[in-house]
Ligand binder design. Structure first.
Ligand code: LMR
Length: 395
């Protein structure tokens, strides 16, 4: 049986991890996979997470199954964190999922069940795993323009033109709620309004991927677009991740929410979400969800978590400013100012795979071949090295 298996293409983000580990150079810089690192290069366990784990260890007296939806306190806390009352609770259905990726996978499966002929529209570019999972599930998908390779901002005219031309009633439009991955370029508030109006006029359904809440402009600011979407439509899907903003990557903690027209349809959606969990993995992982619920339901822990998350966000913004200033100095131009305008962990610097490879070979800099770099992989000492490598490669 096993001899019939075909080798699968390696994930271009995860491939870099291995290559970086095998590189003997001491001054190599890892700007690949999207994990936050402090200035010593450590991906720390957040203070509130440690405290919550201690509290759980002290009080938890059973590890028996919870429910197919997962821990109710987690679900409610996440609906609060993401939606903050933007829609009536009775219209929202939700299940815990193994990470944000699990939420996306379950969302796509739900779309396939409910609307097998729908085309899923993704931004060009998008997180490569969106496309990979859609292909794996055999779902129809297409891309809308998103990134202007010259300005490195959103190609808003292109995006609107593509959706105006091709979007059909019942199609699903996948939007990044904040901190676009991989580009770092994001819609502004007015552009969100226009996109929402267009999707509504077309009778399509929005799906929001919210993986970086708190990493862009702030915890609430980063959820505003998602709340706007939820409030504007009869129906939408929201896949949210706690990997980054709680720093609990390996705990695999996510949530998939649906907003339905009314309580009756929300009940139907809840049943389907639970059914999909049961088919794919049965009960969702609990530890990360319990950490998040413990933090969000304890005033002191929540305040400490928010303070640390803000430190993380500001440190990434500081690195953005330092890098764009350094490149301004080295190139005597404003060509790289977009790095300071971008938000979140990533910026796509917009160069060829050959130049990315050249930076790796010459300077030990590891970024994804599409020229996405993880800003959080830098520190104030390595920013000048990266800037020099970018200039040397002639980006
Ligand atoms: C990334 O884009 O680097 C992260 O979301 C990690 C992943 O799973 O790809």
């Amino acid at each position: 049986m096993l001899e019939h298996l075909k080798e699968q293409p390696a994930d271009k983000i995860l491939m870099l991890l291995q290559a970086f580990r095998e590189d003997p150079r001491a001054d190599k810089i890892d700007l690949g996979v999207g994990v936050y690192k402090d200035k010593t290069g450590l991906t720390p366990v957040m203070r509130a997470v440690k405290a919550a784990e201690q509290k759980i260890w002290e009080t938890q007296n059973s590890k028996s199954y919870t429910s197919l939806a997962g821990e109710p306190a987690y679900i409610d806390a996440m609906i609060g964190l993401v939606l903050n009352g933007a829609v009536a609770r009775e219209r929202v259905s939700a299940v815990t999922t193994p990470g944000g990726t699990g939420a996306i996978r379950q969302a796509f499966e739900l779309i396939r069940k409910a609307s097998p002929d729908a085309t899923v529209w993704v931004s060009n570019p998008t997180w490569p795993n969106h496309v990979s999972i859609l292909n794996y599930l055999g779902m129809s998908h297409t891309a809308y323009s998103y990134f202007d390779a010259t300005t490195r901002d959103v190609d808003f005219a292109g995006m609107m033109a593509d959706l105006t031309k091709g979007l059909k009633a019942g199609d699903v439009v996948l939007l990044h709620g904040c901190c676009h991955n991989p580009t770092g370029a994001n819609l502004n508030a007015e552009q969100w309004d226009e996109v929402i109006a267009l999707i509504k006029a077309k009778g399509a359904v929005p799906m929001v991927d919210l993986a970086y809440q708190g990493f862009g402009d702030g915890l609430d600011a980063d959820a505003l677009a998602t709340r706007k979407v939820a409030a504007a439509f009869d129906e939408c899907l929201i896949a949210a991740s706690c990997s980054k903003n709680f720093g609990i990557y390996r705990e695999r903690t996510g949530v998939l929410m649906t907003v339905a027209r009314d309580a009756g349809q929300a009940k139907l959606a809840q049943g389907m979400l639970q059914f999909l969990n049961r088919q794919n993995f049965s009960f969702p992982p609990d530890h990360g969800a319990r950490i998040v619920a413990t933090i969000l339901n304890d005033e002191a822990l929540k305040a400490d978590w928010m303070a640390e998350l803000e430190e993380v966000r500001l440190s990434m913004l500081g690195l953005r400013t330092q890098l764009s200033d350094e490149l301004r100095r080295l190139t005597n131009s404003d060509r790289f100012d977009f790095i300071a305008r971008h938000r979140g962990m990533f910026s796509q610097i917009g160069t060829t795979a050959d130049k990315v490879e050249q930076m790796r070979a010459d300077s030990g800099i590891y970024m994804v071949s599409d020229s996405r770099m993880n800003i959080a992989g830098l520190n104030s000492d390595t920013v000048p090295l990266l800037a020099a490598a970018i200039v040397k490669a002639g980006v």
